[in-house]
Write a protein that binds this ligand. Structure first.
Ligand code: PEP
Ligand code: MG
Length: 578
């Protein structure tokens, strides 16, 4: 058994056979072979080694011809490794004695070699690890041929293990079969993490390298509550997790009973609980959990994985389906927040994409794209209580420009005789420290604010939300972030502008007492967390929350703040504190 600590990003526990993705996004299968198929499998291995050898030799000759023998020598080293008799003996033994499939034997043996190289402190040998992976990939390609399977073709329950998954790869996981996933890289606030939580798939990211230690078919546990990945767990661990899974189900049943009850504090203050969604179909998750509305619809996900740019009809259809399902409940739709980790939009070439042409900046630079979305939004406002929100506003000028484009679009639609809500509320995300510092001006120009703690944390602490190496620094409980949140709430309250909070922080019950105590009365959360947050709201009083918030604001670091909040939560809803 091997235990790895990563970052817990989507709660729950998953146990199942590992599906290990190679770096090209293909699955490395494990298949035991039948005893009488051994000779045939050895023959397949022979052919694959021969074909891989021929490919490498062809590369060696081509490169030597073009660049000289010293460059071609790289491939000679590959050939030597591929034809190493010790490797061949090991592979034969695995297939003959243990009845492993050649694919499994190849990945197991070469990953063991890679691990040995990685553990030796020599940069030369560390470089050679890539050569080993290269040989593994080449052999697998030859062995699998057209039988290579893509992630989307999974047809049995698995736990996906990968170096990285992009937000759109995550969104395309087949929920029916993928029980959970773990990735070597990624940070706590990444959109991959957010999508996983939206899909309610237990997930752990940022474990560091471990794929060399595991092969397809191994039993793996993903603990999305504690951020653990357990490879080949022992019987005792399996039994413990089975027990926990049963408890999880009983707690979920208990929480389900709250569905029809309002999120009202013990002293009678109504808290609005809204859902965050990435895709229209998630509205169902919100309705099922009794949400009061949609507080954040991240429309950029319309673009992710789409074969072509969505036109006005595609936008409208998505918004109309959300409006129709929510009936008259409020729906806050955010204009596209493309860029950074959410879309490939030249992010590869852009240095510091999080500080680049992202979000509203991109919309204002690409007005045709922005206008298409705004037209669809304004048209959909005829269907119910639709509110528009602009993301990543940093300056007053940006907000005014965005509002001007919106006014222009409304004028056009008026001329075309299209019906819509002329008073549709317009708000902005508060997620850049500059916006908080100017908040007393912003409140005069918007109908509502929504605090985005994911980006506010990233930009306040200068810590990339997707980078595991600064995950220790990236904390929404940092006193600097909390001060900014408090400033925004105070300014909004002064002008009686409704203020919402919609980053991942609001869906974590650890922070509910604090957020209510700071004055928030509307929380927008991942749908799966609605029952838990509602339970906390219904247990506490506002003065109790205010006392907690007052104390928190005297503390100096996020660790003390989290420990204090854990103790306070334990006093009121002990079953939520593990
Ligand atoms: C945020 O930044 O807190 C937020 C809600 O937006 P996103 O996570 O989509 O950047
Ligand atoms: Mg954001």
């Amino acid at each position: 058994m091997q235990k790895l600590q990563g970052i817990a990003v989507s709660p729950g526990v998953a146990m199942g056979e590992a599906l290990v993705m190679d770096n090209e996004g293909f699955r490395i299968p494990r298949r035991f072979v039948a005893r009488d198929a051994v000779e045939h499998e050895l023959e397949r291995l022979d052919q694959a080694i021969r074909a891989a050898g021929e490919e490498i030799d062809a590369n060696r000759q081509a490169v030597s011809r073009e660049l000289g023998d010293q460059y071609g020598a790289v491939f000679s080293a590959h050939l030597q490794m591929l034809r190493d008799p010790a490797l061949r003996i090991e592979l034969d033994e695995m297939i003959r004695q243990r009845h492993y499939s050649p694919e499994y034997a190849v990945s197991r043996a070469l990953r063991r070699y890679a691990k040995v190289f990685q553990s030796i402190e020599s940069s030369y040998l560390a470089e050679r690890v890539n050569d080993i992976f290269d040989i593994e990939k080449r052999l697998l390609r030859n062995l699998l041929g057209r039988r290579r399977e893509e992630l989307s073709q999974v047809i049995s329950p698995v736990v996906v293990l990968a170096h990285n998954l992009t937000p759109s790869e995550t969104a395309n996981l087949n929920r029916e079969f993928v029980r959970g996933f773990a990735t070597e890289i990624g940070g706590p606030g990444s959109h991959t993490a957010i999508v996983a939580e939206g899909m309610e798939i237990p997930a752990v990211v940022g474990t560091g390298p471990f794929l060399t230690d595991v092969s397809g078919g191994d039993l793996v546990i993903i603990d999305g509550d504690l951020g653990l990945v357990i490879l080949q767990p022992d019987e005792e661990t399996i039994a413990r997790y089975r027990h926990e899974a049963a408890e999880h189900v009983s707690r979920a049943t208990q929480l389900e009973a709250l569905k029809e009850l309002p999120a009202e504090t013990a002293d009678g203050v109504r808290i609005e609980l809204f859902g965050n969604i990435e895709f229209p179909h998630e509205v169902r998750h919100c309705v099922e959990r009794g949400s009061d509305g949609i507080g954040l619809y991240r429309t950029e996900f319309l673009y992710l994985g789409a074969a072509s740019e969505p036109d006005e009809a595609v936008h409208y259809e998505a918004y109309a389906s959300v409006m129709n399902e929510m009936h008259d409940r409020p729906v806050i739709i955010r204009t596209c927040d493309l860029g950074a980790d959410k879309v490939s939009h030249d992010a590869e070439e852009t240095r510091n994409p999080t500080l680049g042409l992202r979000s509203i900046r991109l919309s204002l630079k690409n007005l045709p794209l922005f206008r298409v979305q705004l037209r669809a939004l304004v048209r959909a406002s005829a269907l119910g209580d639709l509110r528009i929100m602009f993301p990543l506003i940093s300056t007053l000028l940006e907000l005014r420009q965005a509002k001007m484009v919106l006014a222009d679009v409304m004028e056009d639609l008026d001329e075309e005789g299209v019906k819509f809500n002329h008073q549709l509320p317009v708000g902005m995300m508060v997620e850049v420290p500059a916006a908080v510092l100017m908040i007393d001006h912003f409140v005069d120009e918007v109908d509502f604010l929504s605090i985005g703690t994911n980006d506010l944390t990233q930009y306040t602490l200068a810590a990339d939300r997707s980078n595991k190496d600064v995950a220790g620094l990236y904390s929404s409980a940092d006193p600097a972030v909390l001060r900014l949140i408090r400033m925004a709430i105070t300014a909004a309250d002064l002008k009686q502008v409704p203020v919402n909070i919609c980053g991942q922080m609001s869906g974590n019950s650890l922070y509910t007492l604090l957020l209510l105590g700071l004055g928030l009365r509307r929380l927008s959360v991942p749908p799966s967390t609605i029952p838990e947050i509602k339970m906390v709201c219904r247990t506490v009083t506002i003065p109790q929350c205010q006392r907690v918030a007052d104390h928190v604001m005297t503390l100096e670091n996020s660790r003390d703040i989290k420990n204090y909040l854990r103790d306070e939560l334990k006093k009121v809803v002990p079953q939520l504190v593990s």
